[in-house]
Ligand binder design. Sequence first.
Ligand SMILES: [Fe+2]
Length: 310
Amino acid sequence: MVSQSTKYDHLFQNVIPNSIGGIHIFGKNDTYVKPQDYDHILNLENRIWAELFQNLEFLLDQYASREYLLGLRTLPIPNNMFPEFEAISPLIENSTGWTLVPVAGFLDEELFFDLNQKRQFPVTDIIRQSPRFEEKYAGVNIQNDEGYTPEPDIFHDIQGHIPFLMNKKYADFMWEIGVLGDEILKNERGLSSKLVAHNLKRLQNYAWWTYEFGLVKNNKDSDSFRRVPNDIDYEIYGAGIISSFDEVTNVVHCAKGLTQRSKFLSYDIEEMALTCFDYSNIQDRYYVIESMESMYESFRTNQELFWFEG
Ligand SMILES: [Fe+2]
């Protein structure tokens, strides 16, 4: 398991202990598939979705990446009620071969990568601040703010990630990360379990700093898609930023020099793989890629970084 500490941990930097524990993590031997019960969604839950979505709608129109904006346009992701998984899944399947798998909660890395290498994306049906969420995490010290929740919820999964899966190259990139994760876990090179855990952690760090919290240089090409031109140096493509009002605001404020809370660093695949993260707070850094193409290319040509042999 990735949580295992190994003698290679000194290679990692930015090791901050995450402040949240006690979340149930589902593995492949658990009953992890949980179909969406769309007819029983409460008005209150639709209301929470609407508030989260509408709070972010104009900000994202100005600052989210082109891939995101184009994907969002073409999918039935309403701004005022829960999206229906069965309405979305066939559309992404048609475009890029990915499908949605409704799941009961947080999945371990083995199951997550196994689904991803089959082009399946796990999505949860509960939303932060709702009675179902409170009930599920009763007794767990989990932050459950409007602006951000460390537990993936329907808002993060669908509003944050799914629009990107309409883009062929992005969808392939996510699939390639899943394939590599699956290969590391299957340990085809016969490495020690500590090295497997270490390499997997490298890949998780990389995924975190790219498709969860990444930024791409704003080259002004996307302004024709926006109501208001993007007035900062970056576009947001990380789903963890996109689904969090606090994080989007932080990126914009830091980029405008209104606060120095987080820094912007140039893309460096080795540094990113070796940099740990804290999912319980606003990120202290964001890695900026030159272009989506340069990231895809870099990942393809640096796979040995994730086969560290000690
Ligand atoms: Fe995510």
